[in-house]
Structure formats: structure tokens, C-alpha cells
Design a protein around this ligand. Structure first.
Ligand SMILES: Cc1ncc(COP(=O)(O)O)c(C=O)c1O
Length: 325
């Protein structure tokens, strides 16, 4: 049973439609979500995801319906039912079902969850051959139009959805979000830069989602002796950058080959997806290259290699994670 669904206390079939019309997640986007990757039948870094979910729920005052133990039981049961060793589990917690009114109701919060198969990521040696043989995907710089509490993993994803659609139409990996000149993160991942062998990524504050993969990669970098700066970069800093990659639960570590930016930022702010050209190739005049990879990534490929080795060692119980506060 590859697809597993769960809504408000019951496992459901994929073709059922359980969400009541007065569900606040559906009407207001009033809820939070999480996604965990399952490797070899075991949810990866689940404790870190549950900790982040608790922070998101607390930030918007939604009651957590389960304790840690009950969450682990539910997620493991869903994974067991799916029988898929390689999958992703998404879950949402909403403020519940109540007559439409912006004011918080006294309803119980509601949990929905799905498990879907996830194909394994490309192996690290895919990127070793360098850009000539394996062109790496671009990023497109795009205005960060999200609210100022991006640390909450809210189900309200409209600015992310639009930015990702732009990236998709341009055949880019991601939209790299820029808030008043500062690079924050991407529409669905954190972004990293390598300068002179040292790593740079935006600090964890309210303007980015504290990625679980980001946290894991920070540990891997420190273990590997790569100096790390949790420091934001400006678009203008890209001229000194040697490598770029993005990280997320579903993309793991993805190397980037080029960063493009709309020629007119002003124009980009008013672009709706219908105006976006269908690929970068077709839109040479509207986008200009800000950064292009000049050599095969060394720091990125080392971390990607270490990422997959460590995942397997953790899953095999050979190493436990030292949890940082
Ligand atoms: C906006 C945003 N930033 C960063 C990430 C990466 O977070 P994680 O590594 O926990 O998947 C995501 C993942 O969904 C995201 O949506």
C-alpha cells in the first residue's frame, strides 16, 4: 500500500474527501506542517522535525494534540502501513473545525497526514564530473514576499507557491528569495554559498525556516572541518562565490550551476506567473546571470558524500546524533 492517508484520528483511502468545509486549514490556511524523509523504512531526524513543529505550533498558539511519544507512534504506524522503505511523510496540524470566524475557536486541533513513495536522490558522484558533462540547474532570484514569521512552517504557502511556479517555468531548481537585497532562503529549501572553502548561510532568525537538513549539514560541515558562517549574503556578494547549493528534506543537497535575476526587480515584483516566460533560454533579455559556476564543486560534493554516508550510518544505528541546542 504505497499511499497512506490519515485524517482526524483515522487512516483513510486516497480517494476519500474527509476535510469538512468549515476546517480552518482549508478556509484560512490556519495551521502548520512538517515533512520527514523515510530512509530504509525509518523516519530520518524525526525528533528534530517534532521539535520544530512544537515551535511552530507554540508560535501561533495551536494546541499540540499529541505528546512526542504519540507522534512517533502515529508516524511509525503510517510508515509501517505504507510498506515503502523510501518515502516522505507530510503532516498538518490545523486549528480545527468551527463556523467561519477569524477569531480562534475553542475547537480541537486536527491532524492530517500522508505517506508517499520518494525516489532516492541522485548519488554524489553525479556531480563529480563537473558542469560540462552534467549541467547543474539554475536558481532564479525572486522577491521574498512572505510574511515576517518565516520560521513558522505555516501551511499558508502562497508566496512560496508562486515563487516555485516561476522557477518551474524557467526550468530552475528553485526561486532564491531576496528581501531588500538580502538573500534569505529558497521557496522550499535553504541556500548555501562557498567562498574560499568556507560556508555561508543565512542565520536562523524569523526570516527563514530553520531547515532540518540545514541543521544536519551544519553538523556535517563542522565535523569535516569546513568553517561555517551563519551570515546573510547580499545579491552583490555573489561575485565572490565559488559554489552554491540548496538543502531540504526532499532535495537533500542539490548543487546549483547558475543564478539568474530578473533584469528589472521592479518588474519582477509585479509579474504574475502568466507573464513569466516558459524557460530561461527563451527569455535572455529579461533575466541576467549574476553568478555562474566555474569549477566543479569541492566543498559541496564532500558534504553530499558525507550526507549519504552519515544517513546510512545513523539508520544502521552505528552513530547517534549529538543534538545541539
Ligand atoms: C521555505 C523553506 N525553507 C527551507 C526548507 C528546508 O527545510 P528542511 O531541511 O527541514 O526540509 C523548506 C522545506 O520545506 C522550506 O519550505
Amino acid at each position: 500500500m504505497p499511499f497512506v492517508g490519515y485524517y482526524n484520528g483515522e487512516f483513510i483511502e486516497s480517494n476519500t474527501t474527509p476535510v469538512p468545509i468549515e476546517e480552518r486549514g482549508h478556509q484560512f490556511g490556519d495551521g502548520v506542517y512538517e515533512v520527514v524523509r523515510v530512509y530504509g523504512g525509518r523516519p530520518f531526524l524525526l525528533d528534530w522535525h517534532l521539535e520544530r513543529m512544537e515551535n511552530s505550533l507554540r508560535a501561533i498558539q495551536i494546541a499540540n494534540p499529541f505528546d512526542r511519544h504519540a507522534w512517533v507512534e502515529l508516524i511509525n504506524e503510517a510508515v509501517r502501513r505504507s510498506g515503502e522503505p523510501e518515502s516522505t511523510v507530510y503532516w498538518q496540524v490545523t486549528r480545527g473545525i468551527a463556523p467561519r470566524n477569524h477569531v480562534f475557536p475553542s475547537a480541537n486541533s486536527v491532524v492530517s497526514l500522508t505517506v508517499r513513495p520518494q525516489p532516492p536522490a541522485k548519488p554524489a558522484n553525479d556531480i563529480e564530473a563537473g558542469p560540462a558533462d552534467h549541467p547543474l540547474p539554475p536558481l532564479v532570484a525572486w522577491p521574498d514576499e512572505r510574511w515576517s514569521n518565516a520560521f513558522v512552517k505555516s501551511i499558508n504557502l502562497l508566496p512560496n507557491v508562486i515563487a516555485k511556479e516561476v522557477a518551474h517555468r524557467l526550468h530552475a531548481q528553485e526561486a532564491m528569495l531576496v528581501r531588500e537585497g538580502t538573500i534569505t532562503e529558497c521557496s522550499g529549501s535553504n541556500v548555501w554559498f562557498v567562498k574560499h572553502g568556507e560556508l555561508y548561510t543565512h542565520p536562523t532568525n524569523r526570516y527563514i525556516l530553520p531547515g532540518i537538513t540545514r541543521r544536519f549539514v551544519l553538523d556535517l560541515a563542522r565535523e569535516s572541518g569546513v568553517p561555517v558562517h551563519e551570515q546573510a549574503l547580499q545579491l552583490s556578494d555573489l561575485k565572490d562565490v565559488d559554489e552554491v547549493f540548496v538543502t531540504s528534506t526532499t532535495q537533500e543537497i542539490q548543487m546549483i550551476g547558475e543564478i539568474v535575476v530578473p533584469v528589472s526587480q521592479e518588474q519582477a515584483l509585479h509579474h504574475l506567473p502568466s507573464d513569466i516566460p516558459s524557460s530561461l533560454v527563451e527569455s535572455k533579455e529579461e533575466f541576467k546571470t549574476l553568478w555562474k559556476m566555474s569549477a566543479a564543486p569541492t566543498v559541496g560534493s564532500k558534504l553530499k558524500q558525507k550526507f549519504s554516508e552519515t544517513v546510512h550510518r545513523i539508520q544502521d544505528g552505528e552513530v547517534t546524533l549529538a543534538v545541539r541546542n
